[in-house]
Design a binder for this molecule. Structure first.
Ligand SMILES: NC(=O)c1ccc[n+]([C@@H]2O[C@H](COP(=O)([O-])OP(=O)(O)OC[C@H]3O[C@@H](n4cnc5c(N)ncnc54)[C@H](O)[C@@H]3O)[C@@H](O)[C@H]2O)c1
Length: 251
């Protein structure tokens, strides 16, 4: 199996792409800590996977809050004694509005949850991984990390920022044994995308048009690439930003 014996943390692991990562990582032999603000869904997923014989736990964590992130990392170490893989995936779409109408509060919320969270997670994951002299981190950005998304400025800016953070973290860790990469999913069939499509007809059209192969990605199709990056099969891959979007941003 791809991840036998590894311990992994998945933020936003209760739903969508994070949930697919949790399911795949456990199937591939990892022990997985789900960290999410959605206590009910996260605990239910852990219970389901444990009943199938996998090793999986849930902890409540708000990744935009440093104390909560520190407690999440401490929980992973308490459970598994080490942290081999971290998937910094939690995120939100945020308000849909033009920049001149966007409130500072809406901007700040998206930046806190999508970007500051990745800084906080990296900060505390890297401390642990440096002491182990090994680890693999995958940050979940987006196609919106490379291109403009009209009326979703905070989202696009935060996802561009995730790429900058990922490359910087990889560069700071060239000789520590820690790899850091980013995944840029295309439009993927998750509750977040459904909520964005329900909010605004223009966004719905943009999302459906963006699926150039005629369908949205399934969460598991994104998770497969994240699992590979976390595994030893990607042992010479760091500082990469990999689009999993069926050529959407190639236009
Ligand atoms: N679905 C897509 O099309 C798509 C495309 C590109 C990038 N992404 C990115 O993939 C990631 C996952 O998105 P998804 O579509 O699976 O969304 P989702 O809404 O299905 O899942 C996101 C999860 O993050 C959790 N979360 C939200 N705020 C949190 C916080 N402060 N602390 C901890 N957990 C929190 C939610 O409770 C939820 O379980 C996000 O970063 C998103 O931006 C998604």
């Amino acid at each position: 199996m791809l991840l036998t014996g590894k311990s992994a943390l998945v933020t936003g692991g209760a739903s969508g792409i994070g949930e697919a990562c949790v399911r795949l990582f456990t199937t591939e032999g990892a022990s997985v800590l789900i960290a999410d603000v959605d206590q009910r869904a996260g605990q239910a997923l852990a219970d389901e996977l444990n009943a199938q014989g996998h090793r999986c736990h849930f902890t409540y964590a708000d990744v935009s809050n440093e104390a909560s992130v520190e407690a999440m990392i401490a929980k992973a170490l308490e459970l598994y004694t080490r942290l081999d893989c971290a998937v910094n995936n939690a995120g939100i779409g945020g308000a849909v509005d033009s920049i001149d109408n966007l409130s500072l509060a809406n901007w700040q919320r998206v930046v806190d949850i999508n970007l500051t969270s990745v800084f906080l997670c990296l900060k505390h994951e890297l401390k642990v991984m440096k002491s182990q002299k090994s680890g693999s981190i995958v940050n979940v950005s987006s196609g919106a990390g490379l291109i403009a998304v009209a009326n979703m400025a905070a989202y696009a800016a935060s996802k561009h920022g995730v790429l900058g953070l990922s490359k910087t973290a990889a560069t700071e860790n060239l000789r520590t044994g820690i790899r850091v990469n980013a995944i840029l999913p295309g439009s993927t069939r998750t509750p977040m995308v459904q909520a964005s499509m329900d909010m605004d007809d223009d966004i719905k059209k943009m999302i459906l048009d963006s699926a150039r192969c005629g369908r949205l990605a399934e969460p598991m199709e994104i998770a497969q690439n994240i699992a590979w990056l976390c595994s030893d099969r990607a042992s010479y891959v760091s500082g990469e930003s990999i689009c999993v979007d069926y050529a959407t941003v190639c236009r």
